[in-house]
Design a protein around this ligand. Structure first.
Ligand SMILES: NC(=O)c1ccc[n+]([C@@H]2O[C@H](COP(=O)([O-])OP(=O)(O)OC[C@H]3O[C@@H](n4cnc5c(N)ncnc54)[C@H](O)[C@@H]3O)[C@@H](O)[C@H]2O)c1
Ligand SMILES: [Zn+2]
Length: 356
């Protein structure tokens, strides 16, 4: 089993990565079971796939367990659902000692994590991510939150889990398009921190069925954990994780959430950001070519036609904009990223033309 630590002093926690790990959860958590109530928060289908089995195993090992399901899609991250989960927890007689197990993709993790951050002023929770995106990204780092009518993730908290259990065999039931979306985030980690990992990942894209998920997930978690350990609240270094996300988020907002997968939007956003890096004289021309070709090995969905001008307002409104100043993540070379304030509207517009 690979164990990666997120080092945040008293809030430090392990990320365990291993094929078949879900069966080990009851024994790993044994010392943390002090007769409190455990609540699995998940989605109905995921309960049928793995949740009921996990619940039975926990019960057999002497845990007192119940479960709550949320709908699929972003509706799970709404104030209404938040309210409903809290009410159910009160009905189930949950208290300050209750521990949550968030079993699902980023939607479940964000919603359940936010409930954990606020129920009775904060209770313990663990992440059991079930999508590739959640395994390498959303389950790590403690960003939790829900959406309001004015925008996504506008209400939330940075609240770290007590541990993350990653079982890559869970991906077997995940639709291929969701896997492809997660692979975009894995390429991102290589692009910003590890050129060898980037090139190995892109070569494995030739045959996704034989992709070495366990190793690639562990390396991605390691990179994210190192960054979060140094900059939990996104004061500087953590911004590098937003590589490809400025234009990626704009594409998501423009096409409508749910119309384009997050990781796919980020992959296109990375190509644009790579092009901008080249135009700024940072990324060498040949490296940009390699970079772009590597990302395009992903079977990405074709983007519907769009007018780059209509994306600019989304870029300006991005949460990552600080006091009106865009901190754009660029590559100095593959494997090394930085932020710049030198990206003009013209560069942004032209960079979007090449992903059309
Ligand atoms: N907290 C963070 O740091 C962070 C980072 C990135 C994204 N996010 C958030 O994550 C969310 C997106 O997460 P996501 O991409 O995991 O989507 P998701 O949670 O909606 O999951 C995608 C779909 O796959 C299904 N599914 C999940 N696991 C499955 C499995 N093993 N087999 C079959 N089906 C499965 C889900 O039920 C869902 O229908 C967004 O709300 C985004 O804002 C958060
Ligand atoms: Zn992302």
């Amino acid at each position: 089993m690979k164990t990666i630590n997120v080092n945040l002093e008293k809030r430090s926690y392990p990320i365990y990565v291993e094929n078949g790990l879900i069966k080990e959860i009851p024994s790993i958590l044994k010392d943390h079971n002090k007769d409190q109530k455990w609540i699995i928060i998940s989605q109905h289908r995921l309960m049928e796939f793995f949740g009921f089995e996990l619940m039975n195993q926990l019960k057999q090992a002497g845990y007192s367990v119940d479960y709550i399901t949320v709908p699929t899609g972003e509706t799970a991250k709404s104030i209404l659902e938040f309210n409903r989960i809290i009410s159910q927890m009160i009905e189930m007689k949950c208290d300050r000692s209750t521990t949550i197990l968030a079993l699902g993709g980023g939607v479940v993790g964000d919603a359940a994590g936010f409930v954990a951050s606020s129920f009775m002023r904060g209770i313990d929770y663990y992440q059991i991510p079930t999508t590739l995106l959640a395994m390498v990204d959303s389950s790590i780092g403690g960003k939790t939150g829900i959406n309001i009518a004015e925008g996504k993730n506008l209400v939330g908290a940075i609240y770290q889990p007590k541990g993350v259990f990653v079982d890559p065999t869970i991906l077997e039931s995940l639709p291929k398009e969701e896997v492809v979306s997660g692979l975009g985030e894995i390429l991102k980690y290589g692009a910003i921190k590890d050129a060898t990992f980037f090139s190995a990942t892109s070569q494995h894209l030739e045959n996704i069925d034989a992709f070495p998920f366990e190793d690639a997930i562990a390396r991605s978690c390691e990179i994210k954990a190192t960054i979060v350990s140094q900059d939990e609240r996104e004061g500087g270094l953590r911004r590098l994780l937003n590589f490809g996300h400025t234009i990626g988020h704009a594409l998501e907002a423009h096409f409508g959430y749910g119309q384009i997968r997050h990781g796919d939007a980020v992959s296109y956003g990375m190509i644009s950001a790579g092009w901008i890096s080249k135009e700024l004289g940072l990324l060498k021309k040949d490296d940009y070519k390699t970079f772009k070709q590597s990302i395009l090995r992903l079977p990405l969905p074709i983007l519907n036609k769009f007018d780059p001008v209509s994306l600019l307002p989304f870029i300006k409104n991005d949460k990552k904009t600080i006091s009106g100043q865009l901190h754009f993540v660029i590559l100095n070379q593959i494997g090394s990223a930085d932020t710049t304030e030198k990206v003009t509207d013209e560069l942004l517009l032209n960079s979007m033309k090449i992903i059309q």
